[in-house]
Design a binder for this molecule. Sequence first.
Ligand code: NAP
Length: 327
Amino acid sequence: MLDPARLFIIMPQEKQPMENVIIIGSGCAGWTAALYTARANLEPLLVTGAMPGGLLTTTTIVENFPGFPEGVDGFQLMMNMQQQAERFGTKTKMGSAVTAVDLSSRPFKVTIDGEVVETKSVIIATGAGHKHLGLESEKLLDTKGVTYCATCDGALPMFRNKPLVVVGGGDSACEEALYLTRFASVVYLIHRRDTLRASKIMADRVLANEKIKPIWDSTVEEILDVKQDTVTGVRIKNLKTDEVSTLDCAGVFVAIGLVPNTQLFQGVIDTDEAGYIKPTHGSHTNVEGVFVAGDVADKHYRQAITAAAMGCMAAIDAERYLQGLAE
Ligand code: NAP
């Protein structure tokens, strides 16, 4: 007879259930893809990344998202999208990051916080991050006066009633400059040309604001002062006259555009020369079963509403792909 004390039970290893669709990213594209795939009963798994809600959570008021006549706070808009997607069964991995993807065989394997999860399809909605000037001093003074987000950092005591610099000439730079007028003594807007790229309404607001002083045709050559370990000014060069000068300031807000977040997919998913994912048609990528939506695939429009629309397209494409697998 077996001695019960010597019996041990081998428990079967708990296997992760296979996901229908994993959505990587939680901006407008990601949440909209989640909403549509959830409503298609696909129980999507959405991985938010380290910055849930994406870049829109760093903006103040969003005035051009239809349905909000008075505008809507960027953070609130993303909260609403999350709630709406979760109401229909979206599973959210909040604050989690995808650290690797294996798209070479099916099912696909997505590593989330070190755990490998299998999935039949993937929607890439990883968005874009802030572009940097590429200066050594920018790197060394990051968070010591150099920042990429006025709404996050503008109210810090170190910036209050001080001259501040915004670099760039697009909508982001204009938005940052306008926001900073609440705190700064003066905002210098340094742009490399003599006309703003921003939409007319934003450009007009900036040019009409007495606290904002545009500095045209100029680039920032150096951020000062690395030795003092805090921003004290910038050295700028006028591109038309080659004149070099310095400007005292307590902060430099860099707003010169975006770079797509495609590091995870290098060499596997086709991108264009600027690094944006290049769909083959609709939201389909060169890997069957992998779809793309939002700023990571869009260097032309880059609006909350276009990202949301692309999220909807990716969800519908993924749903049809999964239907095809089931038939
Ligand atoms: P953007 O439209 O690409 O503008 C980037 C700006 O930075 C341009 O003026 C560009 O100069 C300048 N720039 C680029 N690289 C530079 C460098 N190395 N050194 C100095 N200057 C440099 O980027 P964005 O302003 O971040 O806007 C991105 C997208 O989001 C746009 O589609 C925008 O409409 C949208 N957005 C909308 C809103 C809104 O509607 N409320 C707010 C923010 C952003 P050049 O002009 O000479 O190229």
